[in-house]
Ligand binder design. Structure first.
Ligand SMILES: NC(=O)c1ccc[n+]([C@@H]2O[C@H](COP(=O)([O-])OP(=O)(O)OC[C@H]3O[C@@H](n4cnc5c(N)ncnc54)[C@H](O)[C@@H]3O)[C@@H](O)[C@H]2O)c1
Length: 374
């Protein structure tokens, strides 16, 4: 690498242009080439950034020595193949959420990145947002007490996707935030939903995760709602917190509210709940674009060789839950017990036995067994 890091953004539909905008604003890098299969998307990028070269050929990106890193913002089904080729060509990769279509694919990408000594980072944007960082501080300081449950709603009218259901499209944000806040993997996942508009593509789902300490989370995802909603409520034993990402300034409200039960009572008449109503605190949050911080962090990791906060492992954890959610949906909302499935619960073992990826899982499992023999 000579001086500034050469970046290529692959996929310039809805999200890719935001990556181009942020990377072009950072002095540590230059956006060398943008790739998309659709010429009209490339024409759009060229109008905005006349200095950036464009191409429909991904091979041209792989062949270009000046390109050190590739940011992938294409449909999920293409993430694995594009990221694998980029890593094999010696490029660092930033992969938009969800990182891949199966746990085995994530595992393979992580192994390849390790072999090639390249950075692999999952584009979990919200982990780099100021409100989420502040909530993490509040939770870690114990201000909320024990977390009883987290409920999250991410709803809007559209944007409908054809290849993935609404859980795979929207819930990665909520899952990544919840895992970040709780700091543990769930022990089980349930997911129910319905496909109203496109057959077999659920547009409304409800995903629940249960954690080892009985903490519980509910994620509602919908492309069929009259209002755009981005809300998360965290209920703790001491305080409750509301995070509304649609609020321009007052995104976090910390409620000094709780319910206490008497420590000791002999008769039902003596039993009384004590409801505590205190102040509502609205902390000041410094405005910063999360995607810019994410892009900066990716560059920093390339320069220093340090592990990203949302590395391949965090990407795989989210995919693991999405795969379990798909399995639960197939079973009409049945519980998928992650603790009973070593392949799912282990952080280092490959994939969940999803029917579409049986061969990949078998291959990855063989690789894991070979690693254990060494
Ligand atoms: N982090 C976030 O907040 C966020 C927000 C939206 C979308 N995303 C993610 O970004 C990715 C893209 O989503 P989108 O909404 O922009 O999709 P999109 O369909 O609008 O755009 C995808 C683009 O990729 C191009 N493409 C497809 N296959 C390609 C290939 N093999 N090589 C080059 N280009 C190819 C398409 O022509 C299209 O222009 C998804 O993974 C999505 O989940 C992330």
């Amino acid at each position: 690498m000579n001086g500034s890091i050469g970046i290529s953004v692959v996929g310039c539909g809805y999200w890719g242009p935001n990556l181009v905008r942020n990377f072009t604003s950072l002095p540590e890098c230059h956006v060398k080439k943008v790739c998309d299969l659709a010429p009209e998307r490339l024409a759009y990028i060229q109008r905005l950034y006349p200095g950036v070269e464009v191409t429909t050929s991904f091979q041209a990106i792989l062949d270009e020595d000046d390109i050190d890193a590739v940011a992938i913002a294409t449909p999920v089904s293409t993430h694995f193949s594009l990221a694998k080729q980029a890593l094999q060509a010696g490029k660092h990769v930033l992969i938009e959420k969800p990182m891949a279509s199966s746990v085995a694919e994530c595992q393979e990408l992580m192994e390849l990145a390790a072999t090639k000594d390249r950075i692999i980072m999952a584009g979990h944007t919200f982990i780099y947002s100021s409100p989420v960082r502040l909530i993490k501080k509040i939770v870690d300081a114990g201000d909320l007490g024990d977390i009883y449950y987290i409920s999250s709603q991410r709803l809007n009218l559209g944007l409908f996707q054809k290849d993935i259901n609404v859980t795979w499209d929207l819930a990665p944000h909520d899952i990544s935030i919840i895992l970040f806040l709780i700091g543990q993997d769930p022990v089980s996942v349930n997911c129910r939903g319905n496909a109203h508009i496109n057959a077999n593509v659920e547009d409304v789902t409800s995903l629940t995760m249960e954690f080892p300490n009985k903490t519980f989370s509910m994620i509602q995802s919908s492309w069929l709602d009259p209002n755009k909603v981005r809300r998360m409520t965290i209920v703790g034993s001491k305080k409750m917190l509301l995070y509304d990402d649609n609020e321009p300034l007052e995104k976090i409200k910390l409620y000094d509210k709780r319910v206490e039960t008497p420590p000791h009572y002999d008769t039902f008449a003596e039993f009384q709940y004590s409801y505590h109503y205190g102040d509502v605190h609205i902390p000041y949050i410094k405005q910063a674009e999360p995607l810019k911080i994410l892009a900066q962090h990716f560059l920093e990791c390339i320069l220093t060789g340090s592990k990203p906060e949302t590395s391949g492992l965090e990407g795989m954890q989210v995919v693991k839950i999405l795969v379990a959610a798909s399995e639960s949906l197939k079973r009409g909302g049945g519980k998928v017990d992650l603790s009973k499935s070593p392949l799912l619960s282990s952080k280092t073992m490959p994939g969940y036995q999803d029917t579409e990826n049986t061969a990949a899982v078998a291959e990855a499992r063989g690789r894991q067994e070979r690693l254990q023999e060494v």
